[in-house]
Design a protein around this ligand. Structure first.
Ligand code: E4P
Length: 218
């Protein structure tokens, strides 16, 4: 399973890249606004830090402007994945850009039918938002199961399932069990995966017992 981090904060991205576990980055207009940074410069900087796909979202909603924005974003670096909304115009842009060799991440997916459309439009990634479905008392993880099953039925679909709006470690574990290709989440959720009280307790005991040997490895 590939790990993307869902943030526009350079410090967080560097920290996650240092772990050696980071495969890509996703951003969205809300995260860009929160960062207070210049969008185009920020994406260029992130692309230098992380060699994997870096999602940069278009800002318009009509076909012509989205296509022009997508082309401009794609020119920033080879690892830019242009993010488009799951609308008829967004999927048309997806098809155009994908046919020309640009990675496209189709975002705001909330149904299996939408995911089928994105795959047919040649998307490199489909982003189903599990947390936002959970928020409205709908089973977000069931959507992931459905999309993974459907995509597995069609070897000519090359779209990777990028589980988005991930809020806690169980979302990641369940998505991995289902065989989702990628998940994206804030750094805090990835950090939660490291923790287990028995790891802390076991390590403390090993450190104390090692001291009793009076030895040094180095
Ligand atoms: C993914 O691409 C989105 O940016 C993100 O996962 C949305 O998460 P949220 O629902 O927590 O805002």
């Amino acid at each position: 399973m590939k790990f993307f981090v869902d943030t526009a904060e350079i410090r967080d991205i560097r920290e996650m890249a240092d772990t050696g576990l980071l495969d890509g980055v996703t951003t969205n207009p809300s995260l860009i606004a929160k960062s207070g940074q210049n969008f185009l410069k920020l994406i260029a900087e992130i692309c230098e830090i992380v060699p994997g796909p870096v999602s940069a979202e278009v800002a318009s909603t009509d076909f012509e402007t989205m296509l022009a924005e997508g082309k401009k974003l794609a020119k920033i670096a080879d690892n830019v994945a242009v993010k488009v909304p799951l609308t008829p115009a967004g999927l048309k842009v997806c098809k155009h850009l994908s046919d020309n060799g640009t990675m496209v991440n189709v975002t705001l997916c909330f149904s299996p039918g939408q995911a089928i459309l994105a795959a047919k439009a040649g998307a490199a990634f489909i982003s189903p938002f599990v947390g936002r479905l959970d928020d409205i008392s709908t089973d977000g993880m069931q959507l992931i199961a459905d999309i993974v099953n459907i995509y597995n039925n069609y070897p000519n679909f090359h779209t990777e399932v990028l589980v988005a709006s991930v809020r806690h470690p169980m979302h990641i574990i369940e998505a991995a069990k289902m065989g989702a290709h990628i998940m994206t989440c804030p750094p805090s959720v990835i950090k939660q995966l490291y923790s287990h009280p028995l790891t802390d307790k076991g390590l403390a005991a090993f450190v104390e017992d090692w001291k009793k040997t009076g030895q040094s490895i180095l």
